[in-house]
Design a protein around this ligand. Structure first.
Ligand code: 8YV
Length: 315
């Protein structure tokens, strides 16, 4: 289906996907170490027509320049902020991602994280396991989830799936988005500050990258206030993480549920002792079913590019 070396694996991938690429596509893997990488690119760079990567790694402009015949960057994951899409467009390189197939799982994660954060289930579980219930008595009261006012930043596919679920909880939904969404039943806030000021829970579902970097600033967190909660299932870069740690430590925010961080897999250790914070290791889409669907769509994009030159789900 592809000539040896025409497909390049960039960064770690799901093991079954990496195996398929190596066995069925005779893919090569870009070496990690800079010196090996330079030698590899000098020797094989011109053979590569398709790169397969994930949101964890991506393809930057320098790598594109070292792959002069690259025609497609096939991204495992919906987020592609680690790939320089402007540089790709300038070079006529197509970029694909894996939308839709992970929407339900990521929305499930957002709702689960919101419930865990407000109700402190993870912290309560630690309380039981530490043998504290018989000694210290009942766990302190927490915050009700149903009927809260929830603000969603980024009302794309995932944001809308989160809203849909929360409507069943009696929540009132408002949102902020680059553009107002036509015919949306939810009320629009013109800025993140305005959104944060009117809600109990702020959920981030916006794409990462330069366009949203630091969108949830210290000012937004202040507007959310000491009774407000933040849930982030998008990208750590959307939040000013230092400001977030500071308001959580000072009680100027009631709590946060975080699946993503500024510099993964590093997580601010100052947060470890706070029962008001739930920390997940970027598991939004990480189920057997969804990852299999993402893998299949990644391979559909690769096959389509190799056989027709067109991607199935270009960004
Ligand atoms: C994956 C994600 O963890 O799709 C995304 O953008 O963040 C997740 O589904 C990631 O892409 C795997 O590297």
């Amino acid at each position: 289906m592809s000539t040896p070396g025409s497909v390049l694996q960039v960064g770690p991938l799901k093991p079954s996907l990496a195996k398929t690429l190596a066995e069925d596509y005779a893919a090569r893997t870009l070496p990690e170490s800079p010196s090996e990488r330079a030698t590899f690119l000098a020797e094989h760079g011109a053979e590569v027509t398709a790169a397969v990567t994930s949101g964890r790694t991506g393809v930057d402009a320098a790598l594109m320049a070292a792959l002069p015949n690259l025609g497609a960057i096939v991204n495992f994951g919906v987020g592609y902020d680690t790939t320089d899409v402007d540089a790709a467009a300038a070079r006529g390189i197509g970029v694909s991602n894996t939308p839709d197939v992970l929407t339900d799982c990521v929305a499930d994660t957002a709702v689960g994280l919101m419930i865990d954060t407000l109700r402190q289930f993870s912290a309560s579980d630690r309380y039981v396991r530490a043998g504290r219930w018989p000694v210290d008595g009942n766990y302190p009261l927490t915050r009700q989830v149903s009927n809260t006012r929830v603000g969603i930043i980024g009302l794309g596919r995932i944001g809308q799936a989160i809203a849909h679920r929360l409507i069943a909880f009696g929540c009132t939904i408002s949102y902020h988005n680059r553009r107002q969404v036509p015919d949306s039943p939810y009320s629009y806030a013109a800025s993140p500050v305005e959104l944060a000021a009117g809600v109990d829970v702020l959920v981030i579902a916006a794409a990462g990258g330069d366009g949203t970097r630091g969108l949830v600033s210290a000012e937004v967190l202040d507007a959310l206030g000491p009774h407000g909660y933040l849930v982030n299932i998008a990208r750590g870069s959307v939040v000013d993480q230092d400001a977030l740690v500071s308001v959580l430590l000072n009680g100027r925010l009631a709590g946060a549920g975080l699946d993503v961080f500024a510099d993964e897999p590093k997580v601010p250790e100052e947060l470890f002792a706070l029962p008001t914070v739930v920390l997940l290791p970027h598991v939004g889409s990480a189920t057997v079913q969804t990852r299999a669907a993402m893998e299949a769509l990644t391979l559909r994009n690769l096959d389509s590019f190799l056989t027709t030159g067109a991607l199935v789900t270009p960004v």
